[in-house]
Design a protein around this ligand. Structure first.
Ligand SMILES: *Cc1c(COP(=O)(O)O)cnc(C)c1O
Length: 448
């Protein structure tokens, strides 16, 4: 009983000098919880002494745990450049610096400086996209999933959207085309078979309730063997003849030529625009290498209709997204693609990767066993399925530790590696030059 009497009184406890530089409110909340817990533990005889010093330490630890940012920097040594779980495309510090002043200041987001009246949020980006792609008009929304939803809802609500069975994709985070369609109010009209869809399937599917002919990029799978699909050019032709809208959900979408023959079957956005499509959409942060966004390009009258959809208000982007996207699109216009980290990584030569790997290997001499390995990485993020690009990796071995153990220990220090053929690898394809010393420091810390 006497132990219960000695439980610190909350009012006095929180006045302890140790708490001086911490938030009163949060310290009080945590202290109450800890003291209540202590009372319960005494009553249930789990505890038979009171250590106030220890209690204070626990409160401080909890405070630090709660207030530590949950989003943290990691080093991506998986080799996967567009890593969906690690934040997809990176924004260069230089690009970020360019928009810092704008987003921390009032700006002309929806203000026409010439006329002195309300302006259009999307106008800033339309100019750049027109110059870059030759589109009639454009719109930017929260992400490409929103773009798909918005296009279908605007044009195919209670009407039929024709899609090939071979393109009913599910991508990461359970984005399923058939389900997005039904949520948008569009009626899915499946045509063809899983492996083969012909032009005549599209033609035969058309009836008075058809609104849109949709093509979907096979982002994370490929169909091999006895196959045929109808390309965008032909779909546009059939749609035009029948007076309905064609729409290509490009998924990733790239603006420039890709190395390693990555685009063998995947023309760039610019190539697609030459076919004069009604509408196309793609992600801002896959191979375009910018911010999370969904970019819709197409005919002016159609974009105008989308802009009148009330849903746009829910899916619209803010000044941070728009300004960063403008900076990146300008880099494309000016031919400064080295300012786009995703492309930079994709284009880094094997020689450069080798010399970076060698640098780390030498710095780790005597610490752990490292070996340079010629291998390949995937780009990831639903961009180019099954396509591998050459890379250089460094295997990390320590004593007789199992790869899983090493992977875990490095991961606890925010260094994310991958395991291949029973070896822990640092894949230099997704590692930046400026991270080399940091990597060495982490490994030295773990295996000193
Ligand atoms: C990635 C992808 C989407 C979704 O794009 P987000 O920008 O992630 O919303 C939609 N369709 C296809 C084909 C994709 O590859």
């Amino acid at each position: 009983m006497s132990l219960l009497k000695n439980i610190p009184k909350i009012d006095k406890f929180i006045k302890n000098k140790t708490f001086e530089n911490y938030s009163d409110k949060l310290i009080t909340k945590i202290s109450k919880e800890k003291i209540n817990k202590l009372r319960e533990d005494i009553l249930s005889k789990k505890v038979d002494e009171i250590n106030e010093k220890e209690l204070i330490k626990e409160v401080i630890n909890e405070y630090q745990y709660i207030t530590k940012p949950s989003l943290q920097k990691v080093i991506n040594a998986t080799g996967i450049i567009v890593h969906t779980n690690l934040g997809r495309s990176l924004i260069s510090e230089e690009s970020f610096d360019q928009v810092k002043g704008l987003v921390s200041s009032y700006n002309n987001l929806e203000y026409d400086l010439k006329e002195g009246k309300r302006g259009e949020r999307y106008s800033h980006i339309v100019k750049t996209l027109k110059n870059l792609t030759g589109c009639e008009d454009a719109l930017v929304v929260n992400n490409n999933a929103s773009a798909v939803f918005l296009v279908l809802n605007t044009f195919a609500k209670n009407k039929e959207a024709i899609v090939s069975r071979g393109e009913l994709v599910e991508i990461g985070g359970s984005f399923r085309i058939p389900e997005v369609m039904s949520q948008s109010g569009a009626i899915l009209k499946e045509i063809g078979t899983t492996n083969k869809t012909h032009k005549t399937d599209y033609e035969n599917a058309i009836n008075e309730n058809s609104a849109i002919m949709m093509k979907v990029h096979k982002s994370n799978y490929s169909i091999e063997g006895f196959t045929s699909e109808v390309n965008l050019e032909e779909i546009i032709e059939v749609a035009k003849q029948n007076n309905i809208i064609d729409y290509y959900d490009m998924g990733s979408g790239h603006m420039i030529e890709l190395p390693y023959n990555l685009q063998s079957n995947e023309p760039s956005i610019l190539k697609m625009m030459e076919y004069n499509p009604s509408l196309i959409s793609f992600s801002g942060d896959k191979l375009l290498g910018s911010v999370q966004a969904g970019i819709i390009l197409g005919k002016k009258e159609l974009i105008e209709k989308i802009k009148k959809n009330q849903l746009l208000r829910m899916l619209r982007v803010d000044k941070i997204t728009l300004s960063l996207l403008e900076v990146h699109l300008n880099s494309y216009l000016k031919g400064e693609i080295e300012k786009i980290p995703t492309l930079n990584m994709l284009y880094t030569s094997i020689e450069t990767l080798s010399s970076r790997a060698l640098y780390v290997k030498e710095a780790l001499e005597g610490i752990c066993k490292c070996e340079l390995i010629n291998t390949s990485s995937l780009i990831g993020g639903g961009t180019t399925p099954n396509k591998k690009i050459p890379t250089i990796a460094l295997s990390i071995e320590y004593k007789n530790y199992k790869p899983n153990k090493i992977e875990q220990e490095l991961r606890k220090n925010n260094l994310i590696t991958r395991i291949e053929n029973e070896k822990v690898l640092l894949d230099f394809r997704s590692i930046k030059q400026i991270q080399l010393d940091e990597i060495v420091a982490i490994i030295k810390k773990v295996y000193k």
